[in-house]
Every structure is written in structure tokens, then in C-alpha cells.
Design a protein. Structure first.
Lengths: 387, 231
């Protein structure tokens, strides 16, 4: 007999209690892993977008929590374009706008107004039957795949914003993008974007000319120059230029998703620890005489602690596997909902799984610690007398 | 008994034990010694302190006063009493205390985790040999609930021998057995004690059990009333 087989036998003696503990913990852990995955996928999606599009700096209005509430004049974009260290600038407007369904109901949709030289057009893939926006055309729209599916729209169909049926937009393409927000949103000509959002420019991306090996220093120089730009007609507006990494960590929506993910993780941790504590405390209480005999035959406190903690960690590990499966299924179920599928990718990254498993094992250790300590310090004579 | 600690395998010198829930002296200056290979019975009425004395000698509990010597060395200076218990002493209890989820073979292996280092296979083989020795080898794969009470006590006896101890401490080992099983288990105790030269200390109410011992210590009110050889 191995020590670990002794631990496993202890867990199987009360199969219903073990199963219920694992199930409860797995649900809590599953929610935690799913939310961590949502947060991680969103951040990675945004980061990879900037990375693929070789963006060195992301610029928006200073003091605003994200591009969605940023607004400044095109003059500042032109000034940025004139900087000698700048290779290319790609500006846009972005906001959430009400799209009116045929039934009259409306759904909030992420709309981006892009010029034809926008970096994003370099990597989105137009699905067969569609075409690119053309210079000078208006009231045309390209739908991300997820949005097109949600709305059941195809090339040639019309889209209405804000109930304005006199000014419909014709779908010219359905596209695939590696950015989850873009797949769940729509792209219109820049001028239409301004009209729909009521904003001038919400942000722009910058590619910096790199001539020396120390590109970080070059980017920093440009960053400072961008932040020093002023519009004489609108002196209150300042620009904030950030590297993509900094931008991702500072955007308030991403911060909120991250905070919610960690808050749910903390709640799951607390629920898990209490549940584990209860299960293991009951288990130790029921086995007081057995622990007494283990101590009597010479098992030191450390081995008794190892046994109880081992049981807790095995329970937690099984729950971690179950939680990962629940998270996987939950994420795929969520993507079936049109309300959220434009913002969620169902992938479970290894780092997220490992983080979830790590937290679950921590739940096992924390929940098992007190019962283990209590069991280890039972006096053999008192434990053997326990009824 | 005039010899000191050096002449005994284990020697309790003026042991005092008072339980915190009252002024009851469970042991009140008890001095006893057991030599290697000696079979000693401790008798006396309920509450006289005989089980307390057994627990002290087995280092399951610590005395409030006095000293216990093992091979002449005071155990109060012993750094690791768990290790001492695991290697030197085997326990047999009236209620067997077998672990219900483990088979007979696995129950016998439980003390071996703290004994001399053995592989899992060696532990299993040793457990089989011990079960053979006590006559329940055919029941090795059975759980305690599938064994008769006599078989359970035999498994408990095999477990007590798991780490080849030099001393067996038995607390009412036949208390839960019928007379036939009691005789068989006592015969087994006697045979093992002789073949392994074990010091055997048995707490009992039974005259039949006490009569098999080399010496009988009679206790009352936490004191030794008499300590005499039976043969």
C-alpha cells in the first residue's frame, strides 16, 4: 500500500459527500476560470491586434477612461502625421451605437469609423461575396462575422441606426478578424463614423520610424512629442500616448473586466475554503479514533497533517479538473448568446487553466489546514476514547 | 522488585498522573519495571489506574511526575517519542481499532510507514507474513467488517508486530471476544511472546488472562497493591 492510496481510500469512504464537495467546488472554480479566461482573452485580443498591426503607440484624449469617450480634432492627427519620427498614423472613431432591428428593437453595437488606409484593413479577411469599402462612398457598412450572424444579415442587406430608416446602411462585406470586438462590431467609412458617433476623432495608432537598435527610446521620444501637441482652437484638449502594453492595462473597461474576474475569484476562493474546511473538519471529527490509532502506532503529527492536507488537495485537484470542464462548456454556452458573443472568445488559455488550478489547490491547502492541524495535535489517549 | 532502571527493558519510577477535571490521582507514585521477554499482567478494579499506567509506559500520554526509563535511558529526554512508539512498541486494544476502509493486509501495513524503510511490495509481503503468523492469511483481502471479532483481534495483533517491536502493550485484548476466541488469542499471544522474546504487558480484569503471566501487578486507587510472580 502506498501512502497516497490510503489518502484516496479515505476520500472514497463517503462517496456522496466527496462528490458533492467536488461538485460545489468545481462550480465555484469553473466560474472563476471562465471569468479569468474572458478577462485574459479580451486583453490578449487587444494586445495581439496592436502587435499584428505593428502599432507602437496608441493615442487618445488625455483624462478619458478609454477610446469610447475620447474626442479631439483632426488637426491633432495631422500634426502627429507631420512629426519626422512618425512613419504612419491610423485614426478612427469608435463608439457603441444603437442598431435598429427589423422588429423595431434595438441592440447596442460597437461601430468603428475607419479611413481606407487604416492598419486594421491590412489583416481583416473579407468573406466571399463581400468587398472593401471604396474611396468616397458613404452609407456602406462592413459587419463582423459574429454581428452578421446575430443580426442574420448578409451582403446587400440594409442596416438602420437609431431608428433612422431614411438613412440606411448597405452591407458590403462580412469580415473575419482576430480581434473579438471587431468580429462583434461593424466598420463604416470614417465620415459616417463621425456622423453616427457625434465625435471627431476618438483615437489614433502610430507606427514609429525605427533607425537605431534602441527602438524603445525612439518610441519614447515620439510619445513625448505627441503628448506635447496642442490645438489652438481647443486648448483644453491634451493627448495621452501610450505603448500598447500600457494602454491595455489602463483602459477602464478592461480594468473593470479584470477586477470582476478577480473579485469572482476571491469569492470562489472564500466559498471553496469554507466548503473544504467544513468537509475536512467533519471528516476529521468522524475519524477521531482512527487518527488516535495512527498517532498511537507512531505516526508523527507531520504525517497526519500530510494525510489530511493530501485528501484536501486531491479533492481540490479533482474539482479543478471539473471546474475547467465547466468553464470550457460555460464559455461555449455564453458565445451562443447574441448579447455577449461579440465580446467573448471561448478559448481557455493554458496560463488561465494553470492559474485556476493553482488557486484551487490553494483552496485545498487553506481549507484543509485547520482540520489537519487539529487532527495532528489530538492526544492519542483522548482520540482513542472519543465516541 | 528492588532492581533499578538499568536491569529492565522499561521502568516506571514513581509515576504520578492527575487528570485536570478533578483531584483524582490516576497514578500516585507507581513504580514498576518489565524485563525483556517478561509477561506481566496488570489487574485491579475499574478506575484503579491500570490503563493509565499502560498508556504512560507506551508513551501515549505523559506523566505529571516521575520518570520512565527505556533500557536505562529516561524517556523524558527522548526527542522523538512518535519514533520511539513506532519502532519499539506494539499496541493491542480491546476495540481493535482497525481502519474500516483498509483491508486486513493494508491495516497491518499502517505502522510500517514509520518503521524501517521498506518498499510498497516489501510492506505488503511483510503484512502477508504477519497475517500468516496469526492465522488469518486467507482473510488478507477482507475489510474489517467482513471479519469475525476473533479475526479482527488477530489482524490487530499482526499490526502490533508490524515494526518488530520489543514490547507489546495490550489493553483488555480479550474483552470483546467469546471464550473460545479469547483462548485462541491468548495462546497466540503466548506463542508470539516466546518466539519473539517480547516483553508483554497486559491490562486485564480476567483471572484467566492474568494467570498466564509471569508476574501479576495488582493496583488500586492509583497505587500498586501487590507485585508477585505467578510461577
Amino acid at each position: 500500500m502506498y501512502f497516497v492510496s490510503f489518502i484516496l481510500k479515505n476520500l472514497t469512504r463517503r462517496p456522496v459527500r466527496t462528490a458533492l464537495t467536488v461538485l460545489g467546488l468545481a462550480v465555484a472554480v469553473g466560474s472563476m476560470i471562465a471569468l479569468l479566461a474572458v478577462s485574459y482573452n479580451v486583453e490578449k485580443s487587444v494586445e495581439s491586434a496592436f502587435d499584428r498591426r505593428r502599432v507602437d503607440l496608441v493615442v487618445m484624449q488625455a483624462g478619458k477612461s478609454s477610446g469610447l469617450n475620447s474626442d479631439f480634432s483632426e488637426y491633432l492627427v495631422e500634426e502627429a502625421r507631420k512629426l519626422p519620427e512618425v512613419a504612419k498614423v491610423s485614426e478612427g472613431v469608435v463608439d457603441v451605437t444603437d442598431m435598429t432591428r427589423d422588429s423595431g428593437a434595438s441592440d447596442p453595437v460597437l461601430i468603428q469609423g475607419w479611413r481606407l488606409d487604416n492598419f486594421g484593413f491590412e489583416d481583416i479577411q473579407i468573406q466571399p461575396g463581400g468587398r472593401m469599402l471604396e474611396r468616397g462612398e458613404r452609407n456602406k457598412i462592413m459587419l463582423g462575422r459574429t454581428l452578421a450572424t446575430n443580426l442574420n444579415k448578409k451582403v446587400g442587406d440594409q442596416i438602420v441606426f437609431g431608428g433612422n430608416k431614411e438613412n440606411p446602411y448597405e452591407v458590403v462585406a462580412v469580415f473575419k478578424s482576430f480581434v473579438v470586438f471587431e468580429e462583434g462590431g461593424a466598420i463604416v467609412p470614417f465620415e459616417d463614423g463621425q456622423l453616427l458617433t457625434g465625435k471627431r476623432v476618438t483615437g489614433f495608432s502610430v507606427r514609429v520610424k525605427k533607425v537605431s537598435p534602441d527602438s524603445a527610446a525612439e518610441i519614447e521620444v515620439v510619445r513625448q512629442k505627441l503628448e506635447a501637441l496642442r490645438d489652438a482652437k481647443d486648448t483644453t484638449v491634451r493627448l495621452a500616448a501610450q505603448t500598447p502594453d500600457t494602454y491595455v492595462t489602463s483602459v477602464s473597461q478592461l480594468k473593470l473586466i479584470r477586477a470582476v474576474a478577480w473579485l469572482v475569484s476571491a469569492i470562489a476562493l472564500a466559498i471553496g475554503v469554507i466548503s473544504m474546511l467544513n468537509t475536512m473538519a467533519m471528516s476529521v471529527l468522524e475519524r477521531t479514533q482512527e487518527i488516535g490509532i495512527l498517532r498511537a502506532v507512531g505516526w508523527p503529527p507531520l504525517r497526519v497533517i500530510s494525510m489530511i492536507l493530501g485528501e484536501a488537495v486531491v479533492l481540490a485537484s479533482i474539482a479543478a479538473v471539473g471546474g475547467t470542464v465547466i468553464a470550457f462548456l460555460g464559455l461555449h454556452l455564453l458565445t451562443l448568446s447574441p448579447k455577449v458573443n461579440g465580446f467573448i472568445e471561448p478559448e481557455l488559455a493554458l496560463v488561465v487553466i494553470l492559474r485556476g488550478v493553482g488557486i484551487t489547490v490553494l483552496i485545498g491547502v487553506l481549507g484543509g489546514a485547520y482540520p489537519a492541524f487539529r487532527a495532528a495535535h489530538l492526544l492519542p489517549t483522548e482520540a482513542l476514547r472519543h465516541d | 522488585m528492588t532492581d533499578g532502571p538499568a536491569e529492565h527493558l522499561i521502568y516506571a519510577d514513581r509515576l504520578v498522573k492527575t487528570y485536570p477535571d478533578g483531584d483524582v490521582h490516576a497514578l500516585n507514585g507507581v513504580t514498576v519495571g518489565v524485563r525483556p521477554g517478561q509477561h506481566v499482567a496488570i489487574t485491579g478494579p475499574s478506575g484503579c489506574g491500570k490503563s493509565t499506567l499502560l498508556n504512560m509506559l507506551g508513551m501515549l500520554d505523559r506523566p505529571d511526575g516521575g520518570e520512565i526509563y527505556f533500557r536505562g535511558e529516561p524517556l523524558s529526554k527522548h526527542a522523538n517519542l512518535d519514533h520511539f512508539r513506532a519502532r519499539q512498541i506494539g499496541f493491542v486494544f480491546q476495540s481493535f481499532f482497525l481502519i474500516p476502509t483498509l483491508t486486513a493486509r493494508e491495516n497491518v501495513q499502517v505502522p510500517m510507514f514509520e518503521g524501517p524503510r521498506l518498499s510498497a511490495r516489501e510492506r505488503a509481503e511483510k503484512a502477508e507474513a504477519l497475517l500468516e503468523l496469526v492465522g488469518v492469511a486467507k482473510r488478507a483481502s477482507h475489510l474489517p467488517k467482513q471479519l469475525s471479532v476473533g479475526e479482527r483481534q488477530r489482524v490487530a495483533l499482526a499490526r502490533s508486530l508490524a515494526n518488530d517491536p520489543v514490547m507489546l502493550l495490550a489493553d483488555e485484548p480479550t474483552g470483546n471476544l467469546d471464550s473460545d476466541n479469547a483462548v485462541k488469542v491468548l495462546d497466540l499471544f503466548a506463542s508470539l511472546q516466546k518466539s519473539r522474546n517480547l516483553a508483554l504487558l497486559v491490562v486485564t480484569h480476567s483471572d484467566e488472562v492474568a494467570d498466564r503471566a509471569d508476574r501479576v501487578i495488582h493496583m488500586k486507587d492509583g497505587r500498586v497493591l501487590s507485585d508477585s510472580a505467578t510461577r
